[in-house]
Structures are given as C-alpha cells and as structure tokens.
Design a protein around this ligand. Structure first.
Ligand code: ATP
Ligand code: MG
Length: 429
C-alpha cells in the first residue's frame, strides 16, 4: 500500500478558514508601514549558504543547528533563508541602495525556514514581517520602530497583551570587556552550567544570558550585568531612546539579559513579549546592527530593524478572539440559473453586476442542478440573496430576488433595475 502523502513536519498549510486572519494582519501591517514611509522589498527565499554563515554567524543556533542547507545541481551550497536581515542587506549592497549615505526604510514579508522542534508557536516554515532601516544612527529611528509596532498592537487590540523589553548592548569594545567579566564569572561555575551553555562559554558567551535552563538562570543572578559596562556614547543613545518612549507614553521594562549574541549587534535591542502563548512568547524582536554591513564588505553603515512572527500573532489574535467577525463574511449574492439559455444569460448578467457594483461578492452557480440543489448551495454559501433566472424570467428579462436570511417576500426585478435594487437591499443591515 502506498503511504499517504503528508506535509513536512513543522510546515503548515494555512487553510481557507485561517487566511482571512492572515490577510487582515498583512493588510493592517502594509497600511501601517506605508503610513510611516517604509517601502516594501521582495527577496528570494534561497540564498548562498555563505550569506547566512557570514550574516548570522557561526556559534548561533540558527547557523549551527537550524538551517536547511543543500547542494544544488551545480554543487553550490544553498540555504533556505532562516531570517530576512541577511538577504535584505545583501540586496541593498548589491543594488547600491545605501550608497552615499542614502537612507532606506524597508520592509518585507514571507516564509522563513529553521529546522527546529515543532511546537505551538514554533514551526519549521514560519512567516515574518521584517523592517530594516539603513543610514540612520540615532535613537530617534529606534524609537520610531517601537512606536510603529505599538500602533500595530493598538490597531489589532493587542496593546494590553504585549509588553516591551528593552536593553542596550553598548559598543563592541564595551561588550568585549563585559564578555571577559561574564566568562570569568561563569568559568568558576562551569560544572553547574547546562550543556549548551558550557559550549557557548567558548563560542558565544553572551547567548548564555538568554538560556532557557532554570539552573543556568539561577546562576546568572549574581553575574555581572552588561549595563554596568556601557560606554558613554551608548549610554547617551539609550537615554535618548528612553526619553522618546517616555514622551510617547510607551511603557517598557529594562531587561539586562536581553541579548543578541552577535558582534555586529550593538546598542538597542528590544522584544515585544506576551504571556498568552506559553513559552513561545516573543512576537517581535529587533535591534541595532551597525556592524553588519561592513561585515559584508560594505562601507560602515548604521542599520536597525526588527522581525515579527506572523504565526504567533495570528495565534494571539485567535486566542484572544480578536479576529473581526466581518472578515469571515460570506457572499452577498448567489445566482441560480435553470437551463442552458438561462445559464448563458446569467453569465452576462453576473458580469454586468460586477461592473456596476465594485466589491460585490457574487457566486454564480456552477454545475447546473435542480431547484432544490441550487437553493441548498445558495443557502450554504451564506449569501443574503439568491437571484433566480429560469425560462420565464429570461423571456421577460427579469430575475427573482429571494432573501435567504429572513422571511420577506421574493421580488421580481427587471435586469436594468437590478444593480440599483441590490445596492439598496445590501446597504440595509
Ligand atoms: P526564539 O527565542 O523564540 O527562538 P529567535 O530569537 O530565534 O526566537 P528571531 O530570529 O529574533 O527569533 O525571529 C524574530 C521572530 O520570529 C521571533 O520573535 C518569533 O516571533 C518569530 N520566530 C522565530 N522563529 C520561529 C519559529 N521557528 N516559528 C515561528 N515563529 C518564529
Ligand atoms: Mg530561535
């Protein structure tokens, strides 16, 4: 017996009953980003593996354990993108978009791939909406990224369900000094660290701060904190960001353990977190990466951005029942036709109605069928009215207009008056 074909574990189908929520989220975001002057960029899903090895860095979970990497037919090593920043930076450099200090405010959306252990809120194909800004070094733009996400939560009704965590990583020099202090502290407690953290002590010690292991977290309570090592410029930058958030009335919690364990991240890092999704609580994460572009061989260029996890936001909207009911609204009209001549006339009539009524949701019966079966389909479609075109109606150029959601009488309407009549009927709640 042949095995039933199934989707790959952790790669989800997004079914018709869910797509309205996705579109709602995507459209809300696109409109919002438009309103702040951000431009969309579309990037390939596949890139050379080297891009991520250089752009995300060895010693990170993503590069070491989570990438979908394979050789193509030409023996080139390619990788399904695990995130969007590296590809965006590549594109910007390749097309000279940041040359001469040009400011770029960009966003992208699409699927990302990571070989992780699938669970609620964590998948192997997932979707991000990402924003990247180039050539703006100040805290004003960091604040803008945060305020626009805060506005998104407001629009979606999520403002009370997410909180902002904030930290500054300082300059790479300051971080190097701090790293030594942290390593010295943890080295003395090496045996008590979890296995991952022991490994990271040499590869990527700052990432240990982010460990999900309870015993390691307990050990970290007495560890030196990054905050005490901040350089003066980074401190001023951080104060500038906080002053802006305070002026906007955006609350935040300083979390000294919030890190991105990569050298080219510096200064601002932030995360929006919810307690409504269990352990997969981060819905949006971002930070400043002024060192990344030079890592790719470009001129030193300030960069800052964030990425949000679309699945987690969809889950959150569903969990909190914040999906507007109107999103799932069914068809307005279902057009039934009986007999070949009426079917032909119905086609033309339907197209005329679509011309006259932009946005009309009209389902034309397909597959013929008896009176009974067409009405059943009309009812199931959720439409508010069935339009009926049989031999008699065809002869006199009228249609029957039958309300499906209340007991009011069926009416007979001339074709020429139909659009007007329907517009009036549909406008009534
Ligand atoms: P986590 O700590 O949850 O693994 P991360 O630090 O790996 O997150 P980022 O690389 O910062 O995540 O990605 C930004 C956002 O993308 C995350 O905050 C999350 O909302 C979402 N995300 C990341 N990985 C996944 C995944 N495997 N499935 C679903 N969403 C994800
Ligand atoms: Mg991860």
């Amino acid at each position: 017996m042949s095995k039933t074909l199934q989707a790959i574990r952790g790669m989800n189908d997004i079914l018709p009953e869910q797509t309205p929520t996705w579109r709602y989220l995507e459209n809300t975001l696109a409109t919002l980003l438009d309103g702040y002057g951000y431009k969309e960029i579309r990037l390939p899903v596949l890139e050379f593996t080297e891009l991520f090895a250089r752009g995300i860095g060895e010693g990170t979970d993503v590069v070491d354990k989570e990438m979908y990497t394979f050789l193509d037919r030409n023996a080139e090593s390619l990788t399904l993108r695990p995130e969007g920043t590296a590809g965006c930076v590549r594109a910007v450099l390749e097309h000279g978009l940041t040359g001469g200090g040009q400011v770029q405010k960009l966003w992208y959306a699409g699927p990302m791939y990571r070989y992780e252990k699938p669970q609620k809120g964590r998948y192997r194909q997932f979707h991000q909406v990402g924003v990247e800004v180039f050539n703006l070094p100040g805290p004003d733009i960091d604040a803008e990224l945060i305020v626009l996400t805060a506005r998104l939560w407001q629009k979606l009704g999520l403002a009370g369900s997410v909180t902002l965590q904030l930290n500054s990583l300082g300059s790479s020099e300051a971080r190097a000094v701090y790293r030594d202090a942290l390593v010295a502290y943890l080295q003395e407690r090496f045996e008590q660290l979890d296995e991952d953290s022991q490994r990271r002590l040499t590869t990527n010690p700052l990432r240990i701060l982010d460990s999900k292991n309870a015993q390691t977290q307990a050990l970290l309570v007495g560890a030196p904190t990054l905050h005490d090592y901040l350089d003066e410029e980074s401190r001023v930058h951080f104060e500038g960001l906080k002053a802006r958030l305070d002026a906007l009335g955006i609350g935040y919690e300083i979390n000294p353990k919030l890190v991105r364990g990569l050298d080219y991240y510096g200064r601002t890092v932030f995360e929006w977190v919810t307690d409504k999704l269990g352990s997969q609580g981060t819905v949006c994460a971002g930070g400043r990466y002024d060192g990344l572009i030079s890592q790719f061989g470009g001129k030193p260029t300030p960069g800052v951005g964030f990425a949000m996890g679309v699945e987690r936001l969809v889950l959150l909207l569903e969990t909190l029942e914040l999906v507007p009911a109107a999103l799932h609204s069914p068809a307005d009209l279902y057009l039934c036709a009986f007999g070949e001549p009426a079917e032909l006339a119905a086609l033309t009539l339907a197209e005329r109605l679509r011309d006259a009524m932009p946005g009309l949701r009209l389902v034309v019966n397909a597959g013929a069928g008896s009176f009974k079966s067409q009405f059943k389909k009309a009812d199931k479609s959720g439409a508010r009215f069935a339009l009926i075109l049989g031999e008699d109606e065809l002869a006199t150029r009228v249609v029957g207009c039958k309300p499906l959601r209340d007991d009011s009488e069926q009416q007979t309407i001339a074709w020429d008056a139909l659009a007007q009549h329907l517009a009036t009927c549909l406008a009534q709640a």
